[in-house]
Design a protein around this ligand. Structure first.
Ligand code: FNR
Length: 382
């Protein structure tokens, strides 16, 4: 309605409402390195494309005369009620995209009650972002350091700053082969990483003789030494539990066997995700993994909640993921493109557009609430 009314006064939206076109229009606002950082994917981009193809292969089957005039998007996720089945995926080093970065994103999300998941690689401190989020819901995403003292210190700060839920990203224990970033020698990332959360952490900084401003090379090497490697295993999860008294979610699950292990380990949730096709080129599309994961957990009688990301662009995409058993979805690149366009206002525009599209499509498919959707609402095309 707001868009129609503005239209009557000759005003059009600040930039496109077509989330599938956001990347192309954001390109004009970003230099080559920054655009490559957001748009880029691993290897040939096969998994990045497959994420979209998996959505296109499945089609919603609308129902008629169901009285869906009044709709309620509210959704229970890990014990809290969210305004919609939507969260902002963690995106690191947002200063590459816009100088206002994560605080701008957090303000936009908080103004709509949508949780923001703050990355360990945030270019602003977790305390600054907490302040920007105000009363807004906030989760913290951990890149799991191999230094327990650093890990405990970061988790304690995040709890003190009011982050409710911990998301542990498992699929990025080293960076994949990402040609768009490699072609820029990762320079935008390296220049931005010096302000990432660990660099404001006393335990992490203790391992550095000089500040990142004085010695960026040493800082980057310490980052790599601390956050690279696979020595964090399933039997180390109790360590996280001891240092985090809220819900814990494992992000980057694709195999049903790993979903079951997460459930057995008592994890509260998982995010079925392939990191937006940025890690294993040729990996299964995240949406193809989702029904298998959900089925395995259902068969085991598990209460571990399933969230989803990778490839979500439109309201229909959200509904498709919900129909396949996700409780809620994480939005990735589209909001980074909104940030590139217009900072906080840009993120807000992207979020409001997606929420409105989701609401309309929910109603037009004949449903009043996200919980009504199931596998029968989706047909797969060969
Ligand atoms: C990411 N993602 C990510 N994930 C994470 O756990 N920590 C992080 O710091 C980042 N950083 C990051 C930067 C950029 C530029 C992108 C695009 C993505 C992955 C992110 O949380 C999510 O899984 C994907 O973005 C989902 O894919 P789509 O929907 O963006 O295609």
């Amino acid at each position: 309605n707001e868009i129609y009314l503005h239209g009557l006064q000759g005003q059009i939206p600040p930039f496109t409402t077509d989330a599938t076109a956001l990347g192309a229009s954001a390109r004009a606002h970003l230099d080559a390195g920054a655009f490559g950082y957001v748009a880029g994917a691993a290897g040939s981009g096969a998994t990045h494309r497959a994420n979209r193809e998996a959505f296109d292969r499945r089609r919603l089957v609308p129902r008629m005369l169901t009285d869906a005039t009044h709709r309620d998007l509210r959704t229970r996720v890990l014990g809290s009620t969210l305004p919609a089945p939507l969260l902002l995926a963690p995106i690191g080093v947002q200063s590459i995209v816009h100088p206002d970065g994560e605080p701008a994103t957090a303000r936009a999300a908080a103004s709509l009650g949508v949780p923001t998941i703050l990355s360990t690689a945030s270019s602003h401190t977790l305390e600054q972002v907490a302040e920007a989020a105000g009363d807004g819901p906030r989760w913290f995403q951990l890149y799991w350091p191999n230094d327990d003292e650093v890990c405990a210190s970061i988790l304690a700060r995040a709890r003190r700053a009011g982050y409710s839920t911990l998301v542990v990203t498992l699929d990025t224990w080293t960076l994949a082969w990402r040609p768009q970033d490699l072609d820029q020698a990762y320079l935008p990332f390296i220049r931005g990483i010096g302000t990432a959360i660990p660099f404001s952490d006393p335990a992490f900084r203790a391992g550095l003789a000089r500040s990142p401003e004085e010695d960026l090379r040493a800082a980057v090497l310490r980052w790599v030494a601390t956050f690279t490697g696979t020595d964090r295993s399933w039997d180390r999860l109790p360590f996280l539990r001891r240092h985090w008294d809220g819900p814990i979610v494992l992000k980057g699950i694709q195999h049903p066997g790993d979903a079951l292990r997460a459930a057995e380990a008592g994890m509260d949730g998982i995010v079925v995700s392939n990191h937006g096709g940025r890690q294993v080129d040729g990996a299964v599309a995240s949406l193809d993994a989702l029904p298998r994961v959900v089925e395995a957990l259902d068969r085991a009688g598990s209460r571990t909640e399933v969230l989803f990301d990778s490839g979500v662009r439109t309201g229909s995409d959200v509904l498709k993921a919900l129909a396949l058993g996700a409780r809620a979805v994480l939005l990735g690149r589209p909001y980074a493109y909104g940030l590139a366009h217009a900072g906080e206002a840009g993120v807000r525009h992207v979020l409001r557009s997606l929420l409105a599209e989701l609401d309309l499509t929910l109603g037009l498919t004949g449903h009043r609430s996200p919980a009504e959707l199931g596998p029968d609402d989706l047909w797969e095309h060969p």
